[in-house]
Design a protein around this ligand. Structure first.
Ligand code: SF4
Length: 377
């Protein structure tokens, strides 16, 4: 079992808060696609022949690719990899890039999951984030995708925005529930060091972010998602029954995946690989077929790093840390250590335990990273 991630690094413009690797130009697209094909062939052994059950186009803005360009990439994957009969194929899309013809074209290719970067249903939030779409686009794109035949749709929303308040966040959630979208990824607005918004705030040119707003919104989100029958299966992810993202869940379960394109990461169970965050440098590396230049950076995880990785990933999820699994797969010393470290956290009410599982409740989840650090080796 394995997954494939493809990073499309192009966007129509740069959003102020963006911390992802993307460039606001498509000039290099044709060359990039050639290099991508080369990388997908040259690194195919990384998955050791495992069957691919999920394919994910992320970015950047993958929906700026033409249907034929996506088709060519999917054909190559099917030619080079052992792909299961009905894989989950997700494409991230921005509302302003979607049309009925485009969406139908994607469905005909077998793309069966759409992740739409809506972020907010309100114009003032979208302007603050400098998104290209407006509230009208945000409200129209989900019915459009449904009419084109997509029933597995996720949207992204951002909370903790200074242009919003408790009432407006509730109305954002009203819009989400009214549209009956089966999956939601909701993120607190974070100030990325390299983002334009961070600099604008530092210079006093725009509204600052208040962390308490994010805590307030998160609590409302968790409560309302539960009231509406959504499963909170990862810190930022909520789904209707049967609609969780298989691809992303596999990351949290340690299933191998190969990532292609600049800044993409890969994991094969014991080693991590990652590509440079620059299209030009990444393209240069793909040309060196004699192995004289490293195509990706690589790190083999020590048992201690594997333990830390497991703790960090699983604590973010509904399933939590399975001490029995840890004992069996990593050894008694890791399970005993984890249990010892967990005791004071449980006593302080920052971590929960049921039999062999350590997990975080909704209220504890916002602090997952700090709690994971206290369990690290
Ligand atoms: S937030 Fe998304 S759409 Fe905006 S610049 Fe970043 S990758 Fe592109």
């Amino acid at each position: 079992m394995a997954g494939i991630y493809i990073h499309i690094p192009f966007c129509l413009s740069k959003c102020a808060y963006c911390g992802f690797y993307s460039i606001p130009s498509q000039k290099r697209k044709a060359k990039f696609l050639e290099s991508l094909r080369r990388e997908m062939v040259s690194r195919k052994d990384y998955l050791h022949g495992e069957t691919v059950e999920t394919i994910y186009f992320g970015g950047g803005t993958p929906s700026i690719l033409k249907v034929e360009e996506i088709e060519n990439l999917l054909d190559l994957i099917k030619e080079q990899y052992d792909v299961e009969a009905d894989p989950e194929i997700t494409l991230e899309a921005n509302p302003d890039t979607l049309s009925m013809a485009y969406l139908q074209g994607l469905r005909n290719l077998g793309v069966n999951r759409l992740s739409i970067g809506i972020q907010s249903f309100f114009d003032e939030d979208l302007r603050y984030l400098s998104r290209r779409h407006d509230a009208g686009h945000a409200r129209q794109c989900v019915p459009l995708a449904k009419d084109a035949g997509f029933d597995n749709i996720s949207i992204d929303l951002i909370y903790g925005l200074p242009t919003s308040n408790a009432d407006q966040w509730n109305r954002n959630l009203d819009a989400f529930f009214e549209l009956e979208v089966p999956h939601l990824s909701a993120y607190a607005l974070t100030l990325e060091p390299n983002a334009i918004l961070t600099k604008q705030i530092e210079m006093g040119k725009t509204l600052p972010v208040n962390e308490e707003d994010a805590v307030r919104d998160y609590e409302v989100l968790c409560r309302r998602a539960a009231d509406n029958g959504y499963l909170h299966y990862e810190i930022s992810n909520f789904c209707q029954p049967g609609k969780r993202s298989k691809h992303n869940s596999n990351y949290w379960f340690g299933i191998p995946y190969a990532g292609f394109g600049p800044s993409a990461h890969s994991f094969d169970g014991t080693s991590r690989q990652w590509s440079i965050s620059s299209v030009e440098k990444w393209e240069g590396r793909q040309k060196s077929e004699d192995g004289s230049r490293k195509v990706v950076e690589m790190e083999t995880l020590t048992p201690e790093q594997q333990y830390d990785e497991y703790v960090m990933l699983r604590l973010r999820t509904l399933w939590g840390i399975d001490l029995k699994y840890m004992k069996r797969e990593m050894g008694e010393r890791f399970a005993d250590y984890c249990e010892r470290q967990a005791e004071p956290l449980i006593a302080q009410g920052r971590l929960s335990r049921t039999r062999e599982f350590l997990y975080l409740t909704d209220a504890q989840m916002l602090f997952a990273d700090g709690i994971a650090e206290e369990l690290f080796w």
